[in-house]
Design a binder for this molecule. Sequence first.
Ligand code: ADP
Length: 296
Amino acid sequence: MVINFAMEKYINNRIKLIYKTIHRQKLNKDVKRELLSKRKGDVIETVSNEVEEWANERKQEIEELKKTELYRREFLGNVSHELKTPLFNIQGFVLTLLDGGIHDKGINTTFLQKTQKNIERMITIVEDLEIISRLETGELSPLFTNFSIVSLARDVMDLLEPKATERNIKLSFASDYNDSMIVNADKEKIRTVLSNLILNSIKYGINSGRTKISIYDMDENYLIEVSDNGVGIEANHIPRLFERFYRIDKHRSRSDGGSGLGLAIVKHILEAHHQTINVRSSIGIGSTFSFTLKKA
Ligand code: ADP
């Protein structure tokens, strides 16, 4: 009887010890006190529950790490792939020029121009990646000022007018907005957001199409919409659209000089403003990108 009691006490104490070892860092004081005052049966049950909870937490952490690792690998693969194409193009042009092409008036200037275009493409990719990484580290945090979202949208539309005209696309406001719609945001970064969205509406628009900018008053915020009647986006692509380098039509995007990073930049900028972006789209009908900004 005495031996039995001593054994039970011994086992009980060992379990408490194991339990404490596992949770040395995490166990909070209340749980610890509660555990020390428990009887054997309760202790075993508590230990079992806590260990199960602990195992689940670790499992979730491992899943997260695996996801991050996959994302990191995919991202590195994408970067090298994106840079490889222009690099090999440049190498081809330069080798041909060195092989005597430099003296051939029929190709020397065009090959140098093509080399220049490919260098520009690499610069765009590297600069866009740099912007994203600086937004991610918080180095490029927003500089909040008050400004008219209507006049900023008008500036961007004026600047992109020549590009729209090339495709005979009409850029306009959905209604006659008053310049007094003032937001509190980082003006230059929101200029980038509007430029990227309007430029996309032109790139993925249809010839003789139209892009409309709408602004809605929503209590504390203004809702800004960029709407096109272009090619549209299939629903299954929408969740991945804001990932770096994600493109639906790679060829079309590249031939238009796109880095596949525009929407990733847009998302990062709006996240830094604690705002979100939404997309509605139908194939063959068009797409609407909308985001909110705080009123001044
Ligand atoms: P890029 O335009 O440089 O490829 P983005 O990040 O701006 O990169 O866009 C990612 C992809 O989303 C584009 O390649 C395109 O397939 C799709 N997309 C973006 N905007 C539109 C739009 N307005 N209409 C249809 N597709 C779009």
